[in-house]
Design a protein around this ligand. Structure first.
Ligand code: ADP
Ligand code: MG
Length: 347
């Protein structure tokens, strides 16, 4: 064969082609999907991560979640939250950046919700035995006594010293209503740092999605039917890069004399919230905002809750009421599908 310029070019292009195919195949074989389930933060969690560094991202994420649990659990003697509570009325306690940030954000949401969300609710939550076995209705006098000390305005934060102090010795904080949101945001950062573009973070029903699904379509997130069993949805929404956090009366509860006592306490009464909302979902960019808001608005009346969320830019909400009506704020109205005949959309 005579080596002409044309032949040489053909062979070179062929070789380049083969090399490109090999690169493509090896790159693709490195893509993997990892689904990992684990218990932490007092709940079941699932991470679904798709991409080259999925394994590494999941490993680092679980480590971070456990670290947050160790710092912020009210049930762990050695946690920073326990340290703050034990030293209430005595000394300010130096805490990590994580805990300081969560408490600072929590106070913001206590204020935005005008005290519906109040992380100094802990003594009342303890009285109801939430998160423990053998729950029972506490006595009205015990409730009244402890209610006197519920006031988030008594939390003193000092940025320069990264310290937290509770003014009164009878006070205790509980970041159970916001810590999962923070953990989800931290996991998102870890996943993004690993170059992953598609993932679903589910921390006990708090959902945060990164990008789209593997196939490029939006994620479909189901909102639990608050009346039916777990896993049955009242509606679904489709989202890309969003946090979807729901507070509901079906999450943790006990029943006594045919009545349900759930875990979201109205700081005005000291009893589980009995307002018209039975499920409050917040759709936001950051999950800490969604978590802090969902617990607070759950306790408010429906109209006040809708009004508050409409006022916050970039945040939307879906509320389900006792009378089985679904309220949706303006940013989500094009983007939902009621999947159960039990519920009606309230325009
Ligand atoms: P979940 O933890 O089930 O996702 P939430 O985010 O709504 O639900 O948080 C509920 C938890 O927050 C309770 O278990 C309790 O520890 C705490 N909590 C209960 N009532 C309040 C309240 N009014 N303000 C702040 N935290 C609360
Ligand atoms: Mg919450």
């Amino acid at each position: 064969m005579v080596i002409t310029m044309e032949n040489a070019l053909f062979v070179i292009s062929l070789l380049i082609g083969i090399v490109l195919i090999i690169i493509f195949v090896t790159e693709n074989s490195k893509q993997s999907s990892v689904v990992e389930e684990f218990y932490s933060l007092g709940t079941y969690n699932q991470l679904k991560v798709h991409g080259k560094n999925a394994n590494k991202a999941v490993e680092q994420s679980i480590k971070k979640i456990r670290e947050i649990d160790n710092k912020m659990s009210v049930f762990k003697e050695f946690s920073e939250i326990s340290k703050i509570n034990k030293n209430a009325g005595k000394d300010p306690q130096t805490v990590s950046k994580d805990t300081f940030y969560v408490i600072k954000k929590a106070i913001e949401y206590c204020s935005i919700s005008k005290g519906s969300f109040d992380i100094t609710i802990r003594p009342i939550v303890g009285l109801w035995g939430i998160g423990k076995v053998g729950q029972k209705i506490p006595g009205i006098n015990e409730i009244k006594e402890k209610l006197k000390f519920v006031n988030y305005k008594d939390i003193v934060i000092d940025k320069d010293n990264s310290s937290i102090f509770l003014k009164n010795k009878n006070q205790e904080v509980d970041v159970g209503g916001i810590a999962k949101g923070y953990a989800a945001d931290e996991v998102k950062n870890i996943i993004l740092k690993n170059g992953v573009k598609s993932a679903l973070i589910n921390l006990g029903g708090n959902i945060l999605v990164i990008g789209t699904k593997e196939d490029g379509t939006p994620w479909s997130v189901g909102i639990q039917d608050p009346i039916k069993a777990r896993g049955e949805f009242a509606l679904t929404i489709s989202v890309v890069n969003k946090s979807v956090v729901t507070s509901g009366n079906y999450e943790r509860y006990f029943e006594q004399d045919g009545k349900r006592f759930h875990h979201i306490i109205n700081p005005g009464t000291g009893y589980p919230s009995e307002g018209d909302i039975i499920s409050a979902t917040i759709i936001s960019n950051n999950s800490i905002d969604g978590d802090g808001l969902s617990t607070g608005v759950y306790i408010m009346g429906i109209h006040e809750a809708v009004k508050l969320i409409e006022e916050i830019k970039g945040v939307d909400a879906i509320f389900i009421t006792k009378s089985k009506e679904v309220y949706i704020t303006s940013g989500m109205r094009e983007n939902f599908k009621i999947t159960s005949n039990d519920f009606v959309y309230k325009k």
